[in-house]
Write a protein that binds this ligand. Structure first.
Ligand SMILES: Nc1ncnc2c1ncn2[C@@H]1O[C@H](COP(=O)(O)OP(=O)(O)OP(=O)(O)O)[C@@H](O)[C@H]1O
Length: 231
């Protein structure tokens, strides 16, 4: 059987410091090509969980295996390179460089990821194709990212995550700044493009209304136990 896109086994993690937040996840998987929505209230640990999946932080115990690679076996720099190559991340606040052009924002992950750059082919053409597919205006690539509307910035963040066809797309509340109608068209575009690339999709949100499109909806509290250490 093919390796799952994501597999967590007996994982524990605690943020350092007094009053730190800790979580434990006995088992969680995302299958290849599957789309999973993780629902949880604000502060329940959704972003922390995604940081573990993306290797932004390392588990204290247990295994986080993404695309067949055990992230625990990699040092921090190697985890960063792995993430750049294999994971498209859409952050809650987009994390665009506001003074850089849209093209530079979209092409940024390729700079640290030679295999992903090779997969993108002619990267500028691919950036233009993604922008068009995501409904951005034709001249958007030359525009400063900070001059775009919030909805447009969100689409640029998606194009940056999708470029070079990473096998896993991870999205942290990507629709939180959009109204209901725009959320729906945004999700259609994201799913359409992820499907085309055959990428697996893991999204976290507090918003139950997003559930309809996903293969699986899971409540964070059903896969993770959390604790806040006493101060
Ligand atoms: N960088 C950090 N350093 C220390 N503690 C942190 C850090 N990030 C998060 N935490 C702790 O982890 C807890 C869970 O936060 P997290 O951001 O994972 O939740 P969330 O469900 O994504 O919240 P929200 O929906 O509001 O973004 C926080 O209350 C905080 O105490």
């Amino acid at each position: 059987m093919a390796e799952p896109a994501v597999a967590l086994t007996d994982v524990t993690f605690a943020w350092p410091g007094r009053g730190g937040f800790s979580l434990a996840c006995p088992s969680f998987t995302v299958d290849l090509g599957e789309s999973v929505l993780l629902l949880g209230a604000s502060g329940s640990g959704k972003s922390t969980f995604l940081s573990l999946v993306c290797g932004i932080v390392a588990a204290d115990r247990g295994n986080v295996v993404v695309d067949g690679t055990d992230l625990g076996a990699l040092r921090s720099g190697a985890r960063d390179r792995f993430r750049a190559e294999r994971i498209g991340v859409i952050f809650q606040q987009f994390n665009l460089l506001p003074y850089a052009r849209v093209a530079d924002n979209i092409l940024l992950p390729l700079r640290f990821a030679p295999e992903r750059r090779a997969r993108a082919g002619d990267a500028r053409d691919e950036a233009a194709r993604l922008c068009a597919a995501l409904g951005l205006p034709g001249d958007v690539l030359a525009t400063q990212a900070g001059r775009l509307s919030v909805g447009q910035q969100q689409r640029v963040a998606v194009a940056r995550a999708l470029i070079g066809a990473p096998p896993l797309i991870v999205a942290d509340e990507p629709t939180s700044a959009l109204d209901a109608g725009t959320q729906d068209s945004f999700l259609s575009l994201l799913f359409g493009q992820a499907d085309k690339l055959g990428s697996s999709l893991l999204m976290v949100s507090h918003d139950e209304r997003l559930g309809g499109r996903f293969d699986r909806i899971i409540r964070l509290e059903d896969i993770v136990t959390t604790e806040r250490l006493a101060t």
